[in-house]
Design a protein around this ligand. Structure first.
Ligand code: F6P
Length: 366
């Protein structure tokens, strides 16, 4: 893209960063339509988080509302690409050495004439973008997205609602087969250290047991609960386990990959084995994995992404910066980015849904 003449419209950089989720394209669409059609700006999409800025020529795409795919609103993933690896301040080069790439990225943004950025990301990505904006002197507004729903300054993040729907649907599908075969079905869901997906999907999907990282559990309690269910004449059970739930010895369960990478995964098998041993039950384990992140966004995610995308553009138009848009009390609102990043939110013992689960007789493993 050619250097920007001084008379040209303001340019907004748009980035999706961190793990993808459903609703990112809906957010992109909202930002592009509102920034271009209402404010007359140009929108430059940066590819693969901020990594696209490291290439020569930079990997970018000019985003024009007239040329957007008509089905974008309903498409999963992100047309910009994203990455949840590689902090630009400590960027891993092919040989393994690490370097600070931020000056290069900032220089590239200046060449592109982007004095503003909308960054769609989770807490980690937004913290990185904030540091980049501070250093580069461009104005930044963040849009929260994460299936984990752990960004505390917003009631809901883009992607979460769809992930809960998918996990709930999995329970809807597991229940009849559990009943047909008299089995205990264990469903392992994502969420990192936050049990939001497990708790909501577990309640929505009629789980008998929900294990989340925030509440210590005993397998004996789980086994007792399953025994009780059987005593009352039902010979199957549904168990939801959040991926960061620990073993009896207090360790998270991870899978190891080439290059020394480890990722959470496997606690479902661990719990399933314990239940099989203690209850003499036939157990099957389903690990839902990235199915929770892909696919079309549900209506809630489309709406939240659209409202937050529009609000992000409006904040920049009002001259604001260093803010994160959020959903609160049925409204799109905003908070200081610093505060948003600091308010990581897992489940608290006094949360309504914990009380709800207990009142419904769901075993939380206590
Ligand atoms: O943070 C979102 C999330 O989907 C977590 O729930 C999960 O632990 C992780 O990302 C998976 O990351 P990756 O895409 O690197 O496997």
């Amino acid at each position: 893209m050619n250097p920007v003449p001084s008379s040209s419209p303001p340019r907004l950089a748009l980035v999706t960063s961190g793990g993808d989720c459903a609703g990112l394209n809906a957010a992109i669409r909202a930002v592009v339509i509102h920034a271009v059609n209402t404010h007359g700006w140009e929108v430059i999409g940066i590819r693969e988080g901020t990594h696209g800025l490291l290439f020569d020529p930079p990997r970018i795409m000019r985003l024009d509302p007239a040329k957007l795919d008509f089905a974008l609103l309903r498409r999963g993933g992100t047309i910009l690409g994203t990455t949840n690896k590689g902090d630009p301040f400590c960027f891993e080069l092919p040989g393994g050495a690490r370097t600070d790439c931020s000056p290069q990225m900032i220089a590239r943004l200046r060449e592109l004439g982007c004095g503003m950025m909308v960054g769609v990301g989770g807490d980690g990505s937004l913290a990185i973008l904030r540091r980049l904006a501070d250093q580069g002197g461009f104005r930044l507004v963040g849009v929260p997205k994460t299936i984990d729903n752990d960004v505390g300054a917003t009631d809901i993040s883009v992607g979460y609602s769809t992930a809960v729907d998918i996990a709930t649907e999995a329970l809807d599908r597991l229940q009849p087969t559990a009943a047909s075969h008299n089995r205990v079905m264990v469903l392992e869901v994502m969420g990192r250290d936050a049990g939001h997906i497990a708790l909501q999907a577990g309640i929505a999907g009629g789980a008998d047991v929900i294990l989340i990282p925030e509440i210590p559990y005993s397998v004996d309690s789980v086994a007792r609960h399953i025994h009780n269910i059987r005593k009352h004449g039902r010979n199957f059970a549904l168990v939801v386990v959040s991926e960061a739930v620990k073993t009896r010895e207090g360790h998270t369960v991870s899978k190891h990959f080439a290059g020394g990478q480890t990722r959470l995964g496997g606690i479902g098998d661990y719990i399933g084995q314990q239940i099989a041993d203690l209850c003499q039950a036939e157990v099957r384990v389903t690990v839902l994995g990235h199915v929770q992140r892909g696919g079309p966004p549900n209506a809630t995610d489309r709406v939240i992404a659209s409202a937050l995308g529009v609000r992000a553009v409006d904040l920049l138009a009002e001259g604001k910066s260093n803010r994160m848009v959020c959903w609160h009390n049925r409204e799109a609102s905003d908070v200081a980015l610093e505060q948003a990043i600091a308010t990581y939110r897992t489940i608290r013992p006094e949360d309504t849904l914990i009380k709800t689960a207990r009142a419904l007789g769901i075993c939380l493993g206590e």
